[in-house]
Design a protein around this ligand. Structure first.
Ligand code: MG
Length: 203
């Protein structure tokens, strides 16, 4: 499986990092070795001094497809969960300044923490869905799907023009504003509406 991620998919987050609002989705990949499951601890890597959390909604792809039209895109994911797109912001900034790819800042081991996934049918307000991140009992992020620049369907349609989606792939759909650093000892808790899905520590 592969992990497909969207950058800058909420206006306020693009603004906080002083990035332009994109005219088409900004896509990057993480390998399967990036996955961190079952609320296992995230171990702070020694190659970065500025690891940031980015809470995101994650879609699970349920069938193979390419050149998917927007009208049918909703049929290509069946579950939603939460994920943290851990980002080595210091490495990313250095590479951005030099016009280089981001992989080392985004694709490192355990950079994609994911929760259990919830069947899509169990979610009432897919297009007005709240999600939250608390760091050490303080709310740091609040996202809502109505604020997405590119909807889930637009992302699926766009990506599938280039990359075949396969069953089991995960799509990280972008982070809202409020990203920030983690340090050893931090406790991250993520909610999809009222349901606590992520609950783990930085070690
Ligand atoms: Mg992200």
């Amino acid at each position: 499986m592969k992990i497909i991620a969207v950058g800058r998919n909420y206006i306020e987050h693009a603004n906080e990092l002083k990035n332009e609002i994109p005219s088409e989705p900004l896509i990057f990949l993480k390998p399967d070795t990036a996955l961190l499951k079952n609320n296992e601890a995230f171990y702070y890597p020694d190659f970065s001094k500025d690891i940031h959390y980015e809470l995101e909604l994650v879609l699970r792809v349920c069938k193979e497809g390419k050149h998917i039209s927007e009208k049918f895109a909703t049929n290509y994911y069946d579950q939603i969960g939460l994920g943290i797109d851990f980002t080595a912001r210091d490495i990313q900034e250095k590479h951005k300044q030099n016009g280089l790819p981001w992989e080392l800042a985004k694709a490192f081991d355990h950079s994609a923490s994911i929760s259990k996934m919830i069947p899509k049918e169990e979610i009432s307000y897919l297009y007005n869905l709240n999600f939250f991140l608390d760091k050490n009992n303080e709310r740091v992020q609040h996202g809502n799907t109505s604020k997405l620049i590119f909807s889930f369907e637009k992302v699926i349609t766009f990506v599938s023009q280039y990359i075949t989606l396969k069953k089991g792939d995960l799509i990280f759909t972008g982070t809202p504003a409020g990203v920030g650093p983690v340090k050893v000892g931090d406790h991250l808790v993520g909610y999809l509406e009222e349901e606590k899905l992520l609950d783990f520590h930085i070690k």
